[in-house]
Design a protein around this ligand. Structure first.
Ligand SMILES: Nc1nc2c(ncn2[C@@H]2O[C@H](COP(=O)(O)OP(=O)(O)OP(=O)(O)O)[C@@H](O)[C@H]2O)c(=O)[nH]1
Length: 310
């Protein structure tokens, strides 16, 4: 039976990084399909994972709950029929609710075509408190519905902070295994083992048995978050890219995430990743065109167009 592995987590938490690690260390020799749902029209993660020899289905139509109501089931079915994979990894957008993704798989689980295997939420140890406070509806939903919680950047916080995070997360999810060790130091197979043996939260049964329509507060990602994205053939000045990314901390509103693959001088290509107060630029191989995506709250399209000169 095909295993479904959901790797959820807020914007920039480290989902793609974890998927890369699992592909390199734990899923070797398996037939793997990846379904990506990015917020906004500009897909970037698919390009980052293109060299891993897996089938990738990008669904970049915006909010995951709307995608799930529409194309998600079709995509899942298509992947099952076309590839008969050992494993389907689902990477929902950072502003997706995990319960929506589980709901989207429900029909296939009930029909016995797939089993819900891993259900991981990646949590940035450095931003846990502030994101939980500001985006509780999305963040708490990801925590509550996961079987395993994996902390990223845990090497950057003190033991006291880790202890207090653990305590706090247990209130949202007393069932989940929580991985607190710096994941770069833990073998992917160990992570796989713990994630595959994790308990199923009580909330799962409720989710799997509930009727489609659930009452209560339900904001769509695009009620809360705004995305600015561009495709561009422009060659940027490499020396200016770091300064541009630094500027994102000062923008109107609150930039929560930026990522892109762009051309720089001499036909070199770079990939950049920004989360508040942290930007990383890496060399990469040429892509079909440059792409930039910025996600935030009350961000200004005009300011971003000016910043990137696009
Ligand atoms: N130092 C450090 N950096 C990390 C860690 N996890 C992720 N990062 C970095 O954080 C940035 C974002 O990581 P991604 O894996 O792309 O995050 P994501 O959750 O897929 O992000 P979205 O695209 O917003 O969904 C990258 O530059 C990663 O290298 C970690 O544990 N430690």
């Amino acid at each position: 039976m095909t295993k479904i592995d959901i790797i959820s987590g807020f914007l920039g938490a480290g989902k793609t990084t974890l998927i890369k690690k699992l592909l390199e260390e734990a899923f070797v020799g398996e037939k793997v399909v990846l379904i990506e749902n990015e917020f906004g029209e500009i897909g970037i993660d698919g390009a980052i994972l293109k060299d891993y020899g897996i089938e990738i289905k990008e669904m970049n139509s915006g909010c995951i709950c709307c995608t799930i109501a529409g194309d998600f089931s079709l995509a899942l079915k298509e992947m099952l029929v076309l590839y008969h994979p050992d494993r389907i990894i689902i990477e929902p957008s950072g502003v997706g609710k995990l319960s929506d993704v589980i709901n989207g798989c429900k029909k296939f689980l009930k029909e016995g075509f797939v089993e819900l295997n891993m259900c991981i939420t990646v949590v940035d140890a450095m931003k846990y408190k502030v994101y939980l406070k500001n985006f509780a509806e999305f963040y708490a939903n990801q925590l509550t519905n996961s079987k395993t919680i994996i902390l990223s950047r845990s090497q950057n916080v003190s033991e006291e902070v880790l202890e207090s995070l653990l305590k706090d997360m247990k209130q949202y999810n007393p069932w989940a295994h929580i991985v607190t060790t710096d994941w770069q130091k833990v073998d992917g197979n160990k992570i796989r083992k713990i994630a595959e043996s994790s308990n199923t939260p009580d909330s799962f049964n409720a989710l799997l048995n509930q009727h489609e329509h659930v009452h209560g507060i339900h904001h769509h990602a695009d009620d809360v978050f705004h995305v600015w994205g561009r495709e561009t053939a422009k060659a940027f000045e490499r020396s200016k890219v770091d300064a541009i990314l630094k500027q994102l901390d000062q923008m109107e509103g609150h930039v929560l995430r930026a990522k892109g693959i762009i051309r720089v001088e001499q036909n070199q290509w770079i990939q950049f990743d920004y989360v508040p107060e942290e930007a990383v630029v890496r060399e990469t191989t040429p892509d079909f065109t440059g792409r930039i995506c910025v996600i935030g709250e009350q961000i200004s399209d005009t300011q971003l167009s000016e910043l990137f000169d696009l």
